[in-house]
Design a protein around this ligand. Structure first.
Ligand code: ZN
Length: 326
């Protein structure tokens, strides 16, 4: 099997920013995001690479809730009632469903609620509505959750709502600005084995998005000023090297790594080039049995099967042991 790579991508569009009122990373009428998902799906079909798409459930629908919801007052006030492509995207989800590759549609909650701050009632509503929205488009109920901004809900709420696997941050914050720079540009996170904790599988990622490059524009937003003086081709080469290094680490250690980003981060030509090249190399290394690509729902079954076989063995490595208890 070799090393295992999981790739997940948030599709949240305007929902990711409606509580912040900042939409500057998104393109007008999400034209670039729509183009990017199509070319990403085409390349994934070409190389048979299955991804996990973490989708805000409301994007699957055509209008805002018509009845009362348990959210705090005003939560839906800035949302256009219908039609705005930044808030309604059933076409994007249809394109994922129509791809030849068996991608996963995971939930990113129904309205991008911050789980750690939400009441039980709100969380139950969010996960039940997401389940309903998945059912309405012919998808099975989601077993995977990527909580918005990695704000963790209680495991009790997850179990009650049939969630079996969650993506969470698995690394301590960078000690200094130098360490942070090094992590963003040169050094992908070390592999960490996923664990079954209190009935929920945890797969670990970095706080910073790792599939897209911090040195390149994030969607429609330019990169930080300190990177702009470096030629784009050099920054792209650095990110190709970063992604290759991630593959090398996980293959050499026969371990696990989870790379992630947002669809809108990828939505420009600068980001696309290293990602396309990475997907081709990943397919080559998968075909030579160095690496396996597992969406979250497959990883969930894999970890549970391993636990059944070796219930007394710990699956965690030192990095995971240092996680704050949840
Ligand atoms: Zn999000």
């Amino acid at each position: 099997m070799g090393g295992v790579i999981t790739i997940s991508l948030e599709i949240e569009l305007g929902w990711g920013y409606h509580d912040l009122g900042q939409f500057n990373r998104l393109s007008e009428n999400r034209r670039k995001e729509t183009k990017t998902i199509q070319r990403l799906l085409n390349v994934c079909d070409k190389y048979d690479i299955p991804l996990t798409f973490n989708i805000v459930g409301h994007l699957l629908q055509k209008h805002t809730p018509s009845s009362e919801t348990p959210h705090m007052d005003g939560w839906f006030d800035s949302i256009p009632s219908k039609g705005d492509p930044l808030f309604y995207a059933p076409d994007i989800v249809r394109a994922i469903q129509q791809a030849n590759t068996d991608h996963e549609i995971c939930t990113h909650t129904h309205s991008h609620v911050i789980c750690g701050k939400a009441s039980d009632r709100v969380l139950d509503w969010e996960l039940q509505q997401a389940k309903k929205a998945h059912r309405e488009i012919g998808e099975p109920k989601p077993v995977s959750l990527v909580p918005p901004r990695h704000s963790l809900p209680s495991k009790d709420r997850l179990r009650r709502n049939d969630i079996e696997i969650i993506r969470r941050i698995g690394y301590a914050p960078a000690l200094t600005p130098f360490h942070k720079f090094n992590q963003l540009v040169f050094e992908p996170p070390d592999p960490i084995e996923p664990r079954l904790v209190d009935g929920i599988v945890e797969t670990y990622c970095s706080k910073y998005s790792t599939l897209s490059a911090a040195t390149l524009p994030s969607g429609a937003e330019p990169p930080l000023p300190m990177f702009r003086a470096v030629p784009t081709a050099v920054r792209q080469r650095l990110h190709r090297r970063y992604l290759t290094r991630a593959m090398n680490k996980v293959a050499e250690q026969d371990s696990y790594i989870h790379l992630w980003s947002h669809l809108h981060n990828l939505a420009n030509d600068e980001q696309w080039q290293p990602i396309r090249s990475f997907l081709k190399t990943l397919a080559d290394r998968r075909d030579s049995n160095e690496l396996t690509v597992m969406p979250m729902k497959v990883l969930n079954k894999h970890v549970r099967a391993q636990n059944t076989k070796t219930p007394n063995e710990t699956l965690c490595q030192p990095e995971a042991k240092s996680l704050i208890e949840w």
